[in-house]
Design a protein around this ligand. Structure first.
Ligand code: ADP
Length: 333
């Protein structure tokens, strides 16, 4: 997997991996609402890219522009080497799109959905059947193949959607919020499927509201906020953008909490949770000094947790800067 984060500078005689998707200054407004306010992208072939942002940030709009479903108001984008505005057919031939505007028809069976896709891609009858059977098997849908897709669970429908997309053997796949609304087991199953696509050399453009999902899957993550990309890099690099970790002390006794809060400098209070946060690198030496100090002051915390920065911290630092969810991997709201 590529570990580079910034677009590689052109080197004379060097070899820059071809971009599967690139965009410069993409803009899109609906009425007087600016949804995308100049988006630049560079996604190397064979990598997983996550566009991360809360509901309504403009993720689907970006996917629709890049997959030629709608046109941008400004800027340029190339997908699989084709300009999205000038050569939409070339783009469409190279990509697969799954997501909120899913192609699954609930009235017909999973198998019929697959065969329909095979027809659309002009596969012969035998070849269509072979490919459909193979993909249904790969996505664990063989048993359900003869049932109407409307009877499928959310996870099964998404698997069918991806299987249908793969009939055309796309080199670039757009997955628009592939796990929104799925239970944890189906979410993990979907992650496994996405990793499998990448292992086959497919470039994956993923949108997600889940920090954990981006952290788990993506080589590079771009945080979309207010129509702009607020930061971009690997998960590790984004985590390095925010200040170091902290130690959190939680109390059940309000008076113990108050005396600890008064005695400590450089502490952030959470009066509702009776919790205090101290900046800390999490080293043994720092932890020992905190424990020694608590002992000396005769204060007993009910819980001590060490916190290293995660993508939640990055997101909240980059966006509102106020308040953060304490639940790791929580959806952005
Ligand atoms: P996301 O996928 O990040 O949830 P979307 O791209 O779907 O965000 O939407 C971004 C914003 O654009 C939202 O405020 C949405 O209401 C608005 N929007 C999207 N499509 C249309 C449309 N066809 N007409 C008007 N507004 C739209």
């Amino acid at each position: 997997m590529p570990s580079s984060v910034m677009p590689m500078p052109e080197q004379s005689g060097g070899h820059t991996p071809p971009a599967a998707v690139s965009a410069a200054g993409l803009r899109k407004s609906y009425g007087d609402k600016t949804v995308l306010d100049g988006i630049d992208l560079h996604i190397p072939a064979g990598s997983v890219f996550a566009l991360l942002g809360p509901n309504g940030a403009g993720k689907t709009t970006a996917v629709k522009i890049l997959s030629t479903l709608i046109r941008a108001d400004g800027g340029q984008a190339r997908v699989a080497g084709h300009d999205v505005a000038a050569a939409p057919d070339g783009v469409r031939a190279a990509i697969g799109v799954t997501g909120q505007f899913s192609a699954v028809d609930g009235l017909i069976t999973g198998e019929e959905n697959m065969l329909l896709m095979a027809d659309l891609h002009h596969l012969s009858r035998d070849e269509g059947r072979r490919v459909a059977a193979e993909l249904l098997e790969r996505f664990d849908l063989t048993e359900a193949a003869k049932k109407p897709a409307s009877t499928y669970s959310g996870g099964m429908k998404r698997r069918l959607d991806i299987a249908m997309t793969l009939v055309g053997n796309p080199r670039i796949i757009f997955l628009d919020e592939p796990t929104t609304g799925l239970d944890p087991r189906s979410r993990h199953n979907m992650w496994r499927i996405i990793r499998g696509l990448v292992a086959d050399g497919v470039t994956v453009f993923l949108t997600t509201q889940y920090l954990e999902e981006a952290d788990q899957l993506a080589d590079r993550i771009a945080v979309l906020n207010d129509g702009k990309i607020a930061a971009e890099g690997s998960a590790e690099e984004l985590k390095r953008l925010v200040p170091g970790g902290h130690v959190r002390l939680r109390f059940t006794d309000p008076s113990a909490y108050q005396s600890a809060a008064h005695a400590l400098d450089e502490v952030t209070r959470d009066d509702e949770a009776l919790a205090l946060q101290l900046p800390s690198d999490g080293s043994q030496r720092e932890l020992r000094s905190i424990l020694d100090w608590l002992d000396a002051a005769g204060i007993e915390a009910d819980e001590l947790t060490v916190h290293t920065p995660d993508l939640d911290d990055v997101f909240f630092a980059l966006t509102s800067g106020s308040g953060r969810s304490d639940q790791k991997g929580a959806a952005l709201r």
